[in-house]
Design a binder for this molecule. Sequence first.
Ligand SMILES: Cc1cc2nc3c(=O)[nH]c(=O)nc-3n(C[C@H](O)[C@H](O)[C@H](O)COP(=O)(O)OP(=O)(O)OC[C@H]3O[C@@H](n4cnc5c(N)ncnc54)[C@H](O)[C@@H]3O)c2cc1C
Length: 379
Amino acid sequence: MTTTPYWLGGKTELAVPAATRRGETDVTIIGAGVTGLSCALTLARGGMAVRVVDTRGVAAGASGRNGGFALRGGTPAYDEAVASLGREHAQGLWRLTETAFARMLELGGDAFRRVGSIRLAASDDELEAIEREYAALTADGFVVERVARLEPPLDRLYAGAIHHPGDAGFNPAVWMERLAAHAVEAGAEIVADTVNPEALPEGTVVIAVDAHTSKLLPELADAVQPARGQMLATAPLPAVRYGVPYYARDGYDYWQQLPDGTLLVGGCRDHAFAAEASADDDVTSTVQSGIERLLVNLVGRAPTITHRWSGAWGETLDRLPLCGPVPGRGGVWVAGGYSGHGNILGFACGELIGKALLGDVRRELRLFDPRRPSLSQRA
Ligand SMILES: Cc1cc2nc3c(=O)[nH]c(=O)nc-3n(C[C@H](O)[C@H](O)[C@H](O)COP(=O)(O)OP(=O)(O)OC[C@H]3O[C@@H](n4cnc5c(N)ncnc54)[C@H](O)[C@@H]3O)c2cc1C
């Protein structure tokens, strides 16, 4: 059994074209995931000399280890975001991700399958919650649909569902190879190296390491804490019943099936919260058994499992990322803490920092200010 992500397809690392640029660097980006590469692309296209540094190579972190779900918005459901941020900010956040995703589609092409996503209700309380999200999205002009009828076995397992038609399933390896190729083509350099927190590079630095933020910026240890997500993949199944990304129990269970029948299932982090507060890419029997029970419920039998793996992301108390200059450290910027929702938001935050460094400071940055009080009021 391998603990390498299914997405690598037997490769040990992604294929990324060699960079040709050498010499003076205007901006060093630490982390070659979706955030760092998006920032690198924006800066390189803007004429800056950019170097991206990663210990393990392109997409070796969460960007190459997630479930391949491209979901608009933030971690809280839309109605919760309206309640906590206010309507204007919530609308702004959802629009930011919808427009960022349009650019991702242009860059990633058929790495994305735009089939939407389905949020399921596992209880009557969750059914009320998805109704509240449906009502809030509809009231503010965002496209969302009720699912009229769930097919077996979902009709037996879940109380109802809504469909977000603009979302997508994607292949993280293909998407990240393409994003890295665009960044290199624009002139960015990607190098393998580990940055020591005691000796950050000279000049302007962007720290884009999500789960590992506090290792490089210890003063943010309370603000961004690591969390692990585990997954498994089956051998291809004869019928494709789950061709759309599905999630339930507030995102603690999620799965999608690929066109060849392979079923990817993840979640159950709530079975062992304390153990899963980790940035180590390990799998555990407690969480994997929970995912296997979900798999059996979905398939009606125990299919062959070919891959088990995990990845880590950074969580914040208010479930919004940090994206902006690091207080007290001139020239150092941070983007991370997407709270498990960084596939589009990470791309958007990389762009926001890139644009700001090119002189175009967008107002969305205010929402993600690393100095905001809601990051430090942990009980
Ligand atoms: C199982 C799982 C399921 C997920 N589900 C979803 C989902 O449904 N929807 C969603 O939007 N998001 C989801 N996510 C989260 C999403 O994948 C991440 O938020 C996003 O990929 C973060 O990208 P990033 O570029 O900021 O960080 P990463 O992709 O984690 O990249 C950080 C990089 O920094 C490098 N690094 C760390 N420290 C150093 C150092 N000192 N020196 C040099 N390099 C360093 C690492 O090697 C790594 O490559 C999920 C994640 C996982 C693991």
